[in-house]
Ligand binder design. Structure first.
Ligand SMILES: C[S@@+](CC[C@H](N)C(=O)[O-])C[C@H]1O[C@@H](n2cnc3c(N)ncnc32)[C@H](O)[C@@H]1O
Length: 170
């Protein structure tokens, strides 16, 4: 009986998230590494935020390149798993939050997003308003989607790199 309840709890936890964003599908290690070398050479000057960080694979690879890596994840099971898997990475941090309702940390230099097409307009708006709030440019890597009507700096397989420049200094 307990297994049945646990099973339902898991189905609910993973199921509810799809109303707020993409379901859990991890990025491939090989592609992430290509993105952090050939698309945007990530380094110790960077603070990367993964919006919907899943099991934390992107964060751990970002830390391998010397960046500080912050994950924002809504699914508590994935937060637990990613914290366990990243426990030795001092540069990795994961918060249990809804990224739509959470401001980016002030130190953010680059945001990574693996999202569903439905959310692309909304994340474009959020990125622009965060760049405006910071009063400085903000880099953005999308995986699986391009931003309609916006030119990318560079593209590589499923990835595209964008720069959001502040429209007004707040
Ligand atoms: C496609 S997966 C990407 C996981 C990871 N970024 C990667 O590339 O391996 C999307 C993740 O976003 C999370 N997610 C969806 N909506 C969210 C929200 N509103 N706030 C925080 N996390 C969310 C899901 O739970 C899932 O883990």
């Amino acid at each position: 009986m307990i297994w049945m309840w646990l099973g339902w709890a898991l189905v609910l936890t993973f199921g509810v998230v799809v109303f707020r964003g993409a379901p859990y599908v991890p990025s491939r290690r090989r592609y992430i590494k290509q993105a952090f070398t050939k698309l945007y050479p990530l380094g110790s000057k960077d603070v990367l935020v993964d919006v919907g960080s899943g099991d934390g694979i992107v964060l751990r690879i970002a830390a391998e390149y010397g960046a500080r890596a912050i994950g924002l994840e809504l699914n508590p099971v994935l937060v637990l798993i990613s914290r366990l898997m990243s426990r030795r990475d001092k540069k990795v941090q994961v918060s249990l939050v809804d990224f739509w309702l959470t401001p980016l940390p002030d130190e953010t230099t680059i945001v990574y997003a693996f999202m569903v097409t439905r959310d692309i307009k909304k994340i474009t708006k959020k990125m622009q308003s965060e760049a405006d709030r910071f009063g400085r440019p903000l880099k953005f890597i999308t995986y699986g989607n391009r931003l309609p009507g916006r030119e990318y700096d560079k593209a590589l397989v499923g990835y595209a790199l964008y720069t959001f420049v502040p429209l007004q200094i707040s």
